[in-house]
Design a protein around this ligand. Structure first.
Ligand code: F0G
Length: 410
């Protein structure tokens, strides 16, 4: 048991259950399985979420559930993102209520900031000097910013040619060493894991057990924003598969302390060209077969071998949820629909959650009365190329009122 101010926790293997004390590991030393932080929450039982009081919205509001001391947090004031009540979109889809949790409002424009504030704080606490990750883009943007804030060295490995422009710009801007790998995300992750094992860097991909700890706070916020009510269903895009696990873990902890009395069902949505979890679900399996050549316009979730795939499947089965996949066309259509009906701009991977709702509603697998929350994980401006490619024309005119009028009325 690690003691950390008021809170204590253990790190245990998700697969074999063995504890480990080495906080720098990203896999179980006995069986190689994923690691998991288990918080001792006995002091919080029965007191209710009201005890969080007036602490501002954001990740650190939930400090009693986090395995890092809040007073030493490396923070950019992440979390506290809007929950939009999307009435027009709900009407269009024949639903009573549909909410969008807009993670694009985080400091670097994606949900990754929630995990990075905790992960980088832990890196500082452990005395690490260099942090690193493989990334489809957002993780690298977030890590680069938090490493800058903490004064740490930072190395990010990106799949060559497949990272959206905004994300690449961010990683470069915040001063990370950016290395383009001739391979996909899965290849880059293998390389960076080996570098971590050899002691060259502290790994801050989401297999780092502290990352999901920050990410789970999105679920706490949703429950609080709904007036301490649990939605029926939470829908998330799935790439490397840690975020859906994080949401499951957070809500399970609130169940454990009695702050909520039921779990929502969790729905994971993948892109059709990168869908090992959706395929495993369709076959009723708890494990998956990696997709060797993942492809999708939603480059953030262009991942064939999701490192936390087994955790994601547990989250889905345990909550009576499901996994599905959507085509690139469905993703772009949903992205546009959300923008047009609600004024909410999200990147393609995030729109996958909305596309999933559209599809499941059509299939009758989401009902009219169900209160659904889509987690929209990243900002529209992360991937301006895709937006422009799929948008209408820019009209051209001389600097003349008549010419502009003609175009306006035409
Ligand atoms: N949405 C966005 C915008 C993402 O960037 C990611 C993952 C996901 C969804 C999927 O989350 O991996 O926890 O299932 N992006 C990672 C990255 C892989 O490197 O930025 P997940």
């Amino acid at each position: 048991m690690q003691e950390m101010g008021a809170m204590s926790y253990e790190i245990r293997c998700f697969e074999c259950g063995k504890p480990t004390k080495d906080e720098k590991l990203d896999a179980c030393p006995s069986c190689g399985g994923l690691l998991n932080v288990e918080m001792d929450l006995s002091g919080l039982k029965g007191k209710g979420a009201k005890q969080l009081g007036h602490a501002p919205m954001g990740v650190w509001r939930y400090a009693p559930f986090l395995p890092v001391e809040a007073s030493k947090a490396v923070s950019l004031l992440e979390g506290g993102t809007p929950l939009y009540d999307c009435r027009a979109l709900a009407r269009e889809l024949g639903m009573e209520r549909l909410f969008v949790k807009y993670e694009g409002a985080n400091p670097t424009g994606s949900f990754k900031d929630r995990g990075m504030t905790v992960g980088v704080s832990k890196a500082v606490e452990l005395g690490c000097k260099v942090v690193g990750c493989a990334s489809t883009g957002n993780t690298s943007a977030a890590l680069a910013a938090y490493a800058a804030k903490a004064g740490l060295g930072c190395v990010v490995l990106l799949p060559s040619g497949k990272v959206a422009l905004g994300k690449l710009a961010q990683a470069m801007f915040y001063g990370a060493k950016v290395i383009s790998i001739d391979g996909n995300f899965d290849d880059a992750l293998n390389v960076v894991r080996q570098l971590a094992r050899e002691g060259h860097l502290y790994l801050l991909n989401s297999i780092n057990p502290f990352r999901p700890e920050g990410q789970k706070t999105v679920a706490f916020e949703v429950v609080e924003q709904l007036g301490l009510k649990v939605p029926d269903t939470i829908v998330l895009p799935v790439g490397n598969a840690a975020n859906i696990w994080a949401v499951y873990k957070g809500l399970s902890e609130w169940m454990e302390v009695g702050w909520i009395d039921r779990m929502p069902r969790l729905i994971g949505v993948q892109a059709a060209g990168s869908n090992p979890i959706a395929t495993a679900f369709r076959q009723g399996k708890r494990d998956f077969v990696p997709e060797e050549h993942p492809e999708t316009v939603a480059t953030a979730i262009r991942i064939g071998n999701p490192a936390s795939g087994r955790k994601a499947l547990k989250a889905i089965y345990d909550t009576g949820g499901l996994a599905t996949d959507v085509t690139d066309e469905e993703i772009i259509a949903a992205q546009k629909l959300l923008g047009k009906r609600e004024g909410v701009g999200v990147e393609p991977a995030s729109a996958a959650s909305v596309a999933g709702v559209v599809k499941l509603r059509r299939q009758g697998l989401i009902s009219r009365e169900e209160r659904v929350v889509c987690v929209c994980t990243g900002n529209l401006l992360k991937d301006p190329d895709t937006v422009i490619k799929n948008a209408g024309q820019v009209l051209k005119a001389g600097a003349s009122v008549d010419e502009v009028k003609r175009l306006m009325l035409g």
